[in-house]
Design a protein around this ligand. Structure first.
Ligand code: GLP
Length: 254
């Protein structure tokens, strides 16, 4: 895994969007199409905001896939990831297709449908983030590093649910759904390239564990270190708990 340190979250978003755009152009040139996984959450605000402005991407050849969604909320709910992705990505670019995970449908049916599509859609590029608890998508610790099922019905742990209240998506912990549909760790790792964007002081402990602890289901994002084409992109605040040795090894961009 490559790790890049940017000055702030705007620089992080620009760097990831430019790199992702280059990968999308290359995949389209090589295969006539590109399969892209997109995430949500505050970490993706700048990434998606910049990605939709990138030039010379034949969006009509890009198929979009949805990383995770709460179970039991509709696409009208302010915290819905369907709503988030529609407003911040899908409405801005003329995609060939976008496969939403719809939170108010039967989870088993949604999982089966998305899994069947993925079986014939090798992913070129996945844009992901990590949670305050180190989760990758909604794979909270201890994450299942072995299941080959593409999407899982998962129970959300309290730190994860508390983060959503802290970010203002829900009024109280009781309002946060207890379950979600999440792309599995193994499925995320099948992407040819992965960009993991992590800004903010709130993520400093998770970033430290991801880079400095052992690779372990207790730190789900640590598995990215085993992917040859994964890039972790952090800002200065998210890097604030790293050791001097780790910091000195990071690539720095403006
Ligand atoms: C969130 C979402 C993911 C996202 C990750 C980081 O809870 N389930 O789609 O990649 O966890 O999100 P955030 O940027 O809000 O910390």
């Amino acid at each position: 895994m490559r790790t890049i340190l940017t000055a702030d979250r705007d620089a992080m978003g620009r760097w990831v969007a430019e790199a992702a755009a280059a990968d999308l152009r290359q995949a389209i040139q090589a295969n006539g199409k590109a399969n892209l996984v997109v995430a949500t959450g505050s970490s993706q605000f700048e990434v998606l905001g910049e990605l939709v402005k990138q030039p010379d991407i034949e969006w009509s050849r890009v198929h979009g896939f949805h990383l995770d969604e709460y179970v039991g909320i509709s696409s009208q709910h302010p915290a819905s990831f369907c709503k988030y992705l529609k407003e911040r990505f899908v409405d801005h670019v003329p995609l060939a297709s976008f496969e939403y995970l719809q939170g108010d449908r039967d989870p088993a049916e949604t999982i089966n449908r998305a899994a069947a599509l993925l079986a014939n859609s090798p992913i070129d590029l996945a844009l992901v983030g990590i949670g305050e608890n180190g989760h990758l998508a909604f794979n909270d610790p201890p994450a299942d590093f072995s299941t080959e099922q593409p999407y899982l019905l998962v129970e959300l742990d309290e730190p994860c649910r508390q983060q959503q209240v802290g970010e203002g998506w829900f009024a109280s912990l009781e309002d946060v759904p207890t379950h979600a549909i999440s792309m599995s760790v193994r499925q995320i790792l099948k992407a040819a390239k992965i960009y993991c964007s992590v800004p903010d002081q709130r993520k400093a402990a998770a970033v430290q564990a991801t880079l400095e602890d052992d690779v372990s289901p207790q730190v789900p994002a640590s598995i990215l270190r085993e992917h040859p084409q994964a890039t972790l992109v952090i800002d200065a605040a998210a890097a604030s708990k790293l050791s001097a040795a780790t910091l000195s090894a990071l690539e720095r961009v403006q």
